[in-house]
Design a protein around this ligand. Structure first.
Ligand code: ADP
Length: 549
């Protein structure tokens, strides 16, 4: 039921629910021969078409009803990006159940917590995740059976997992005759837990409507700009925030889809990019760093790759420049979060920018961007008062829209909205023409003598230094200023740079008092389950660090 009043004169158009099954049905009918190519856990490359994907999704939907899965039941997947995972996306949600994607990089205890919290009825997993499932299944209280996503010949002879079934056997035994159910578009389609860097993970429950609308919006030219002429390779995992919605957006527009499996190193990705003639790809900056290292060390070029979508954490401007200037790849900076399905902003130029000098255009493209239609943003102070869009004033970033969370699954964390707006936990500025730039996550801001220092700017400058591979900047205790910035740096292999040189590198690039007080070198930075630097871990590690007096 709508919460809004009805007009005495209602529109007289067909009332057709926006369901995810409409997407695969459309891809089959209008782009039936378009390919889905997957690198499988079995080690080979698998290719088929949207028509075959649709057929096997219907067979799987029949298999699920044979297993007794009912509307609203949660069915879990623990899998990499691959065609069987894609079939489950459509089979589970299309039959009215809720697809619960789980991140295999989480700790087994955390996975068991999530499975129990979601009350998953079945759990589907990839071939190479068998040892992981063996390590936690005994703690799962609601799971009636496990399905290994492989053929009969790959099934294990012996395992501790009870009621273990074979994916291909389920498909083979099921009819392809299945009419996708019709139900209210506000029904839940999928469930994804936040990474839970502090406290237990919380479930974000997407609806069919939010998912379909998010896909429409993210395909638009000033968003991801994906069309039937593209070949899209989502590096972003299908186990986290539905791979930014790409398993829906790509078939919706009829583009070719390339699914890379679990090998996300620079070499494996480069090979797939070239073999399959990938034009667009999406991932977090750490993945792009790996790809960049591979192509630069081996003096390679991309023959078809033209647009790299980056998001999940700030994209270092130095990396953007290298991709664009040395490899001819356009970098599209996007911002969002699990609670936003995830796309909120994308950064492209507007017509009034076109005459600007190159550097000024670049400075705009380094921002997180403008809201895509459907998302509204504002910045507020701690009392909730709205702050001006002047590109200078920074405040807490709030959002609203039809694919933004209203409340967490099972009401976890209570009411999350502030007068109808979702507080993102990010601190940002907004320019007069609506371009948002994240200064920091509110928990990562460095508080120096009552003023704020944004750690992202400091990291971006460090990463522009030729000897720096990765950098994290955190606040550490200072007797006079409360906190001061400490720069933690991973050097590029074989490169050398001194602390003093790095500190000097900030001269003229930033207000003097923002300059880090000290630099420390490490072999690696701690990465979370979605490939982001864990700033809380870095802070913890350097809690006792003594800054120079
Ligand atoms: P997590 O589970 O780590 O919270 P999300 O994917 O939901 O994962 O993370 C969302 C957060 O990631 C945002 O609130 C923001 O802090 C950060 N983020 C995402 N994209 C960007 C970006 N382009 N620049 C800076 N920060 C970003």
């Amino acid at each position: 039921m709508s919460q809004y009043p009805m007009s005495p004169v209602m529109g007289q158009m067909m009332s057709q629910p926006l369901l995810t099954s409409c997407v695969i049905r459309h891809a089959d009918r209008y782009h039936g021969n378009q390919e889905i190519v997957s690198r499988r856990a079995e080690g080979d490359i698998h290719r088929y078409t949207y028509t075959e994907c649709h057929r096997r999704s219907r067979q799987m939907a029949n298999a699920l009803s044979g297993l007794g899965v009912e509307v609203g039941d949660r069915v879990a997947t623990l899998a990499w990006n691959g065609y069987r995972h894609m079939e489950l996306y459509y089979a589970i949600s299309g039959s009215g159940a809720v697809m619960h994607t789980i991140n295999p990089r989480l700790h087994p205890e955390q996975i068991a917590y999530i499975v129990n919290h979601a009350e998953d009825q079945y759990l589907f997993f990839d071939l190479n995740l068998l040892p992981l499932v063996e390590s936690f299944h005994a703690h799962c209280k609601t799971v009636k059976g496990y399905v290994m996503m492989c053929g009969l010949s790959s099934m294990p002879d012996k395992t501790s997992i009870p009621n273990l079934m074979c994916y291909e056997a389920l498909i083979d035994a099921s009819s392809e005759l299945y009419d996708w159910s019709q139900f209210d578009e506000n029904s839940a389609s999928s469930l994804c837990y936040t990474s839970g860097t502090t406290g237990n993970p919380k479930g974000v429950l997407y609806s069919h409507r939010s998912t379909v609308l998010h896909s429409y919006a993210s395909a638009m030219p000033d968003a991801l700009n994906i069309s039937a002429r593209d070949t899209v390779l989502p590096v972003v995992p299908m186990f986290h925030v539905n791979a930014w919605g790409l398993p829906y957006t790509v078939p919706m527009v009829g583009a070719k889809l390339v699914l890379p499996g679990s090998s996300l190193d620079g070499k494996s990705l480069y090979e797939l990019f070239e073999q399959e003639k990938v034009t667009v790809s999406g991932g977090v900056p750490t993945v792009w760093l790996g790809l960049l290292n591979h192509v630069s060390q081996n003096k390679l070029k991309f023959s078809t790759f033209k647009r790299m979508v980056t998001g999940g954490s700030a994209c270092p401007p130095a990396m953007m420049k290298t991709f664009r200037n040395d490899y001819g790849v356009e970098v599209l900076h996007t911002w969002g979060m699990t609670e936003m399905s995830p796309l909120g902003t994308a950064c492209t130029l507007q017509s009034h920018h076109l005459g600007l000098p190159e550097e000024q255009k670049q400075a705009i493209l380094e921002k997180q961007g403008h809201a895509i239609f459907g998302v509204d943003m504002k910045i507020v102070d701690d009392a909730g008062k709205e702050l001006p869009w002047d590109g200078q004033t920074y405040g807490n970033l709030l959002v609203k829209g039809p694919w933004v969370i209203n409340s967490y699954f099972k009401g976890e964390g209570g009411g999350v909205l502030q007068e109808g707006w979702f507080p993102t936990g990010d601190v940002a500025t907004i320019s007069p023409d609506g371009y948002m730039q994240i200064t920091d996550r509110s928990k990562d801001v460095i508080k120096s003598g009552g003023e704020w220092i944004g750690s992202i700017d400091l990291e971006n400058i460090a990463m522009a230094h030729p000897a720096v591979q990765q950098a994290a900047c955190v606040g550490v205790f200072h007797p006079k200023w409360d906190e001061r910035p400490l720069l933690v740096v991973v050097k590029k292999p074989g490169a050398e740079v001194s602390k003093e040189d790095l500190i000097q590198f900030y001269d003229g690039k930033i207000a003097k008092w923002w300059t880090p007080d000290d630099v420390t070198f490490v072999d690696a930075l701690p990465l979370g389950a979605t490939g982001k630097v864990l700033k809380n871990k870095v802070r913890e590690q350097f809690k006792e660090y003594k800054l120079p007096a």
